[in-house]
Design a protein around this ligand. Structure first.
Ligand code: FE2
Ligand code: FE2
Length: 274
């Protein structure tokens, strides 16, 4: 069995360290649990898209865990997808992406464990016209083409959709319809057994089209109901995924004792008044 501890939406910062205490608590829990891999599924930083100091601080905190680790970028780390509706947030560009890669390594990757191929993607390249978006698409085709009998676990920052793959809304919350279809086409007929994301700051596990979709909690904060619908649980924590060699898998929300569920509305100095 291969155990992945997925942490997400840590929103770490150098000069706005409001969510560092929660990260330290989750780090203590991870060191006690000793998963095979810690995976941060994005929004690692509070504002790495414009603050290099946030990148450096977040990287240092993760190195302090002393555990095997991989990263995927979120919109706050390198800018949002170019097809996301604008709300004053930076959009991904080549410079922001390169800066992210210099701190956290490749923004897409895959590796194999018994019975499984684990594929991590840069969700912000989906729906963007950077040269790297084409390179990522080619990598997805490669990863899917020679998967053989392994099952596919796909990780990316944003959920693919709310309930169904045919949704047509253009949002910043989910992968938009056209890049969603392109992603599915790049998988050349391989149906992921597991798709796991962050971004919404809510925990949810659901099944759609033979795939288990898991949304990981943030370790940092939740967003109040008047700003965001309730899709699942608004609670902080992390998710443990267990991938068994025979293809079985399970994912559970892990609550960390002493780690408060903070509400972003209480921190107007972070992203402005909510
Ligand atoms: Fe986030
Ligand atoms: Fe996000």
């Amino acid at each position: 069995m291969f155990r992945i501890a997925q942490i997400s939406d840590t929103h770490l910062s150098d000069d706005k360290p409001f969510f560092v205490d929660n990260f330290v608590r989750v780090g203590e829990a991870l060191r006690a649990s000793r998963p095979d891999l810690v995976l941060n599924s994005g929004d690692i930083t509070l504002d790495g898209a414009s603050s290099e100091a946030d990148m450096a601080a977040a990287r240092l905190l993760h190195d302090g865990l002393g555990l095997p680790i991989r990263f995927l970028p979120g919109n706050h780390d390198l800018g949002d997808s170019q097809d996301a509706p604008g709300h004053g947030e930076a959009a991904i560009d080549a410079m922001r992406r390169e800066r992210y890669v210099s701190y956290f390594g490749s923004d897409w990757w895959w590796f194999d464990v018994p019975g499984w191929r684990v594929l991590g993607l840069n969700a912000q390249l989906l729906g963007s016209d950077l040269a790297a978006a084409e390179a990522q698409e080619a990598a997805i085709v490669d990863a899917a083409s020679d998967i053989g009998a392994r099952r596919l676990a796909l990780f990316l920052h944003k959920p693919l959709f709310d309930r169904t793959i045919d949704e047509s809304e253009i949002t910043g919350r989910f992968v938009n319809p056209v890049p969603r279809r392109l992603l599915m086409a790049s998988l050349v007929g391989v149906t992921p057994a597991l798709v796991s994301c962050g971004h919404v700051h809510q925990y949810r596990a659901s099944e759609a089209f033979a795939t288990r979709h898991v949304w990981a909690s943030s370790t940092a904060f939740v967003i109040p109901d008047h700003r965001q619908p309730r899709y699942g649980l608004k609670e902080v924590g992390y998710v443990e995924h267990r991938l068994h060699a025979d293809g079985r898998h399970d994912s559970v929300l892990v609550r960390v004792p002493g780690m408060p569920t903070l509400d972003i509305a209480q921190f107007p100095q972070v992203y402005g008044p909510v």
